[in-house]
Write a protein that binds this ligand. Sequence first.
Ligand code: DOR
Length: 428
Amino acid sequence: MSTVIQGARPYGEGDPVDVLIEDGVITAIGTVEVPEDAEVIDAGGQVLLPGFVDLHTHLREPGREDTETIATGSAAAALGGYTAVFAMANTDPVADNAVVVDHVWRRGQEAGLVDVHPVGAVTVGLKGEKLAELGTMANSQARVTVFSDDGLCVADPLLMRRALEYSTALDVVIAQHAEEPRLTVGAQAHEGERAARLGYTGWPAAAEESIVARDCLLALHANARLHVCHVSTSGTADVLRWAKDRGTKVSAEVTPHHLLLTDERLATYDPVNKVNPPLRTESDAEKLRAALADGTIDCVATDHAPHAVQDKDTEWTAARPGMLGLQTALSIVTETMVRTGLLDWRGVARVMSERPAEIGNLAGQGRPIAVGEPANLTLVDPDAEWTVRGVELASIAANTPYEGMRLPGVVTATLLRGRTTARDGKIC
Ligand code: DOR
């Protein structure tokens, strides 16, 4: 099976070239003669990037298939330009054992649109009391490389220390949802003037920053790898800078929504804007964009969090936190990072593909666009725009905070090991 992408600009650089893909591998780049029976994708000078990798996705299966399944989430991922996603462990049952992670992995294989890598829970049942069997999950068929209790913080410092120590022997990474729970009891929104005016209990920046500082020290002393989920405050970026300067093996992600949206959205009273960690201030968003550009924050991760209408279309305090992200991530990164000149397309490849693949230890993803490399590729039209409509997204849930917004940057094709999984907004 062969495919030719005609007239693409790898990393948005140089003159357009043709890319020949045979049996899932890039076999020629330049001027390519089209083999008989080859699928031809006319790129018309569009930007060719390595397939995106999302370290942080909620696919909701098993347990909440009314909001997303591994198949629908995989479709959303492929349409968003992703070739690999990590599915968070806060399912029902929790992915805290080899049976559940292998089930998720197999369902991803069956869907066949994107590599679905299950994240294993750090603690049994996400209860924060007892370590889950990390080794069994790491050695299972799913080969779990990332562990997280995301949605909840591993708050007990002794447990976190043990998890970090244990992770070094397995060569896996612990991804922390940094939230000191004693500082966020009843918290509804970023602690500040806007939440105060509406009478919402505040979610202080220190609840995140104190855990990140603690965990960086634990990781440094254990010589372990720590990954910080969804960084939301400028203070966390400062802590990360400090920790990285001292040689801590810490990586971090920021979500598209924390790059673009702020707690100004509270004025809408619309719980589609409720998320954990909460939307912060414009100054935080600006410093997060700078931290992503300078590498303090390693990558973008969506925290794609589908929720049912009855869990979102309700009063703010009763609504669940979370928002869809897979199909809008590239556009938000284009808007906040590329159009502002903070990142070029090579930079986008770094933060949306290469770094997340390295952090998640995926051998075949985030690779250079070069002969001999697996053809996990995403084609992007940087000049096109589209209007977001929640009901038109591939997810079962429709809780997008970008409803009705016109956004730049359109994914026109996604290839998983040479097979076209999405093209012109349709699943193949
Ligand atoms: O907003 C969020 N939603 N943050 C999380 O950490 C969990 C997620 C979810 O599972 O809905």
